[in-house]
Design a protein. Structure first.
Length: 155
């Protein structure tokens, strides 16, 4: 049986982390990997120079967890196409090394109203801000609302 990878997709404040934490609590074979948590672990800010370290750490955790038999919830925004492609390359590297396939599924949070995301974001200790959310909505979410693309595939 293939290992399963669930990828969350939606704006900041859409409920991805809340859903992910509850999902892994209800499904003990799953682990949650969060790029944001890796970032917060390394420091309280997000300088561009450590972005590569964050993604390599995430990819290492993905490979290690899968190789130890866990299914995964990848808790992140996953709206930017090059970030999704980077993740897909990491998943492909696992399948090539271990000669195993992965069933990948998108868990969408695209229908959460932008006003709700902005409100929730304001309540956070680490927040991205209203302008960031509005820009991401316009640039990434609006196009996906008319064409969500493939939401399940096997790597």
């Amino acid at each position: 049986m293939n290992k399963k990878v669930i990828i969350t997709r939606g704006l900041s404040g859409a409920g991805k982390t809340t859903w992910s934490k509850q999902y892994v609590k209800d499904h003990p074979d799953f682990l949650r990997i969060s790029r944001d948590d890796i970032d917060f672990m390394l420091s309280d800010n997000y300088p561009k120079k450590k972005e590569q370290l964050i993604f390599r750490t995430r990819d290492y955790l993905i490979g290690t967890a899968l190789s130890q038999g866990f299914d995964l919830v990848l808790d992140e925004t996953y709206l930017v196409p090059d970030k999704i492609e980077g993740l897909n390359l990491s998943l492909k590297a696992y399948t090539l090394f271990w000669h195993k396939h992965l069933d990948v599924q998108i868990q969408d949070f695209l229908d959460v109203q932008i006003e709700q995301c902005i409100k929730r974001d304001k309540e956070r200790f680490f927040h991205v801000g209203e302008e960031f959310i509005k820009r991401y909505y316009k640039e990434y979410v609006e196009p996906l609302l008319t064409n969500r693309g493939i939401t399940e595939w096997t790597v």
